[in-house]
Design a protein around this ligand. Structure first.
Ligand code: ATP
Length: 712
């Protein structure tokens, strides 16, 4: 980078800072009164203040010199996280990264003579003369990197800035990537809204990051059609949610709900259902040597299948058809409301209501009929006696009607005692014992996580949909853990399919309830546009770590292609035999060396929660302080963590050590391969594996490139 270019950018930055300061001065006024119009203006000023303050410390990150076809002039476009226009002329001064023209900054790779982008007025074509990355921090220019200069030597320049960003040490939060979004990521971020986008992405390919940027883009692009409050992100657990929580506010997006499917579903069920403690179950699934591969369709897969939903639909229809007792209702002797009338009210008049309000309306109507009949009795004594009997009998009639609360209906469908319900239960696509256990839990208002889709399906069918279950756009992250039934349920929460669904089958460690092929989710989303993308480039880890993890991939039996590293070379992966007795001392030293090497976030990732607890104790006894992460954790604080592989999924750390990479802890099975793959791909810069006894066969790879790691 020439000194001249740096000086030029410094001058431009001074000018930009002055402009921002000037505009900030104009929005300082605050209003605390009751006038509505003034309040609206005050809110606008607050919004502008927030935007300008952000721009003050980092006004832009890129410059693109653009000459539109037919135009005499080349215009330097400065691209930032927020847009800014000059107050007087309203001409754009800083371009929002989501604006159509900014897409050139991400898609232009240097080779093309003429390029084009889609603007609201149509396709615009032209030439790029310069593409420049600028790093401004705290208002000061730190770095200027040209990734393309027309007529210059552009070999290898495009990655320099990306590599610089990737090489930085991380703290405990996921960050935005607006300055280095890659072309394949940009295509997903800017893909049209009305479709279900399914994205299979290698570990570290930026899936979570891309999904969050896509939300910010959609809100900008379709601001008149969609609202942040009607967008939702589903992610696997509270700690992960905490980890990603900073990105959207950084991108200027508030009010998008980020939650787990379980929390959202339980809230919709309004306290009717309590979740059974899953810890025991989880421990069983992840126990060393657990033979889940043999069990082809575990309960979670059966209850998450579309076949189960279809059976529920069929059975719900029957439940509803048999809802009314086949009897006339006699309020008191001789005062009969014929069954045909009751039926007509229920099936014709109130037909447009879901079952629960329909039941309420029917009983209210019968009550009105009763009051009218009472009004016709002249003798007060007889009227009083009839009223008593009639009201009692109406209460009894109401009690005879079947339940409409989701868990009770679920229990009745799965464990029905009368003949037709028993037939239906027998036809359920669940083994009898499982159906009976589920029914008995549901009758007590208890459920497993895998029952939530069915419960919410019933709840929606019989109670209708509340406003918090209507969406303009849904993101499902780590979607390999979701079931087709869950996806179908969410599809029902919007008019047009508008999904961003991301995951990695190679990390499908919950495949006892999640999907095993993307087609399973595709089928659940039904008609309407669908797009499928694969992201293979991986940005998180060094070349050495990615190549090492790629050796595990074939053992996951997913048939996925290896991840492609960005050429960011670091230290070799270390695989080392260490006897149990020496482990704590060895790890203590490794931790010191990692801290000295500038690793800010460090994780010791063990196979199971029990192993983590034991390691945590072992290290504490040796005077080494670590933070034990468990299922209950809702915040990820950084520092040195001890974490089971299944909880580390989605997170990343500067340095990772696996204390138990032996052949027993990770056997040669797809499930163990997925766990090991998840654990290894969490590391950005340093990966170390310890084993006591023979090392796991899963890192043997395919026989090629055996020396890709250093066995010491
Ligand atoms: N274009 C990019 N520029 C800079 N950093 C990037 C880019 N894309 C991804 N990253 C970084 O790569 C890391 C991985 O991103 P992210 O966690 O979104 O990936 P993922 O595909 O969801 O990973 P996993 O499936 O392993 O959880 C993050 O540190 C992210 O900031």
């Amino acid at each position: 980078m020439t000194q001249e270019a740096f000086q030029e950018e410094r001058r431009r930055l001074e000018e930009a800072s002055a402009e921002i300061k000037r505009q900030l001065g104009g929005v300082q006024e605050r209003y605390y009164g009751d006038d509505f119009l003034e309040q609206v203006l005050d809110a606008r000023r607050a919004e502008a203040r927030e935007r300008l303050q952000l721009l003050e410390s980092e006004p832009y990150f890129g410059r693109l010199d653009w000459q539109e076809s037919g135009a005499a002039q080349t215009v330097p476009l400065y691209i930032g996280k927020r847009g800014l226009s000059r107050t007087e002329t309203e001409e754009p001064y800083i371009i929002d990264w989501r604006a159509p023209v900014a897409s050139l900054f991400y898609t232009f790779t240097g080779g093309e003579a003429r390029v084009s982008y889609e603007a609201p007025e149509g396709t615009l074509t032209g030439e790029v003369h310069l593409k420049r990355n600028l790093l401004v921090r705290g208002g000061a220019l730190e770095r200027v990197v040209d990734s393309y200069a027309r007529g210059g030597d552009n070999l290898g320049l495009s990655d320099e800035f990306l590599l610089y960003r990737l090489g930085e040490r991380k703290d405990n939060r996921l960050r935005d990537i607006v300055s280095t979004i890659q072309a394949e990521q940009d295509r997903i971020i800017r893909a049209p809204r009305e479709q279900a986008l399914l994205i299979q992405g290698a570990a570290g390919s930026g899936k979570t990051t891309v999904a969050l940027h896509r939300l910010a883009f959609l809100l900008y692009q379709y601001q008149d059609q969609i609202r942040a409050e009607r967008m939702i992100i589903f992610a696997p657990n509270a700690m992960f949610l905490d980890y990603i929580s900073g990105v959207l506010p950084e991108l200027g997006v508030g009010d998008v709900r980020q939650t787990t499917f379980a929390d959202w579903a339980l809230e919709r069920l309004g306290g009717e259902v309590r979740l059974l403690d899953e810890r025991e179950e989880t421990r069983r699934w992840f126990a060393v040597g657990a033979d889940i591969e043999a069990q082809t369709e575990p309960p979670g897969r059966l209850k998450g299948a579309l076949a189960f939903r279809d059976w529920l639909d069929e059975t719900l229809r029957r439940y509803e058809a048999d809802f009314l007792p086949q009897l006339d209702w006699e309020a008191w002797d001789g005062q009969v409301l014929p069954h045909a009338t009751i039926r007509a009210w229920f099936e014709t008049e109130y037909r447009n209501y879901p079952l629960a309000p329909r039941k309420e309306r029917l009983l209210a109507r019968m009550n009105r009929w009763l009051e009218m009949a009472l009004g016709e009795i002249g003798d007060p004594k007889r009227r009083k006696a009839s009223a008593k009997t009639g009201r009692q009998r109406l209460r009894a009639y109401g009690k005879k009607l079947p339940a409409t609360s989701a868990p009770l209906v679920y229990a009745a469908l799965l464990g029905g005692k009368d003949a037709s319900a028993a037939d239906a239960a027998a036809a359920a696509p669940l083994p009898e014992q499982l159906a009976r256990r589920t029914a008995s839990d549901a009758a007590k208002g208890r459920a497993q996580r895998e029952d939530l889709a069915a419960l919410l399906w019933i709840h929606t069918a019989y109670h209708g949909r509340d406003a918090a279950a209507r969406f303009d756009h849904v993101v499902i992250d780590e979607a390999q853990d979701s079931s087709p039934f869950e996806a179908a349920l969410l599809r029902g929460c919007m008019h047009e399919p508008s999904f961003t669904i991301l995951g990695d089958l190679a990390q499908g460690i919950h495949d006892y309830r999640g999907i095993r092929r993307w087609e399973e989710l595709g089928a659940a989303l039904g008609e309407g546009g669908q797009g499928y993308h694969e992201l293979r480039q991986s940005y998180r880890s060094t070349l050495e770590i990615i190549e090492f993890a790629n050796r595990i991939l074939p053992f996951t039996a997913t048939g996925l292609a290896p991840a492609q590293p960005v050429f960011r070379s670091g230290e070799p992966v270390e695989v080392r035999p260490v006897a149990a007795a020496e482990r704590a001392a060895w790890i203590a030293e490794w931790l010191l060396a990692s801290a000295a090497g500038g690793m800010r976030t460090v994780a010791l990732i063990a196979r199971t929660a029990e192993r983590c607890e034991a390691l945590h104790r072992e290290l504490a006894a040796a005077g080494v302080e670590t933070r034990l992460l468990s299922e209950e954790q809702s915040a990820y604080a950084g520092g040195v963590s001890v974490v089971p592989a299944q909880l580390a999924k989605g997170l990343e750390f500067d340095a990772v050590l696996l204390p138990d990479a032996d052949a027993v802890s990770y056997a040669r099975t797809p499930r163990d391969a997925k766990l090991l793959y998840v654990a290894c791909t969490r590391a950005l810069h340093r990966l170390t594996l310890l084993h006591d006894g023979p090392v796991t066969a899963l890192i043997g790879g395919t026989g090629e490139g055996e020396d890709a790691f250093a066995e010491r």
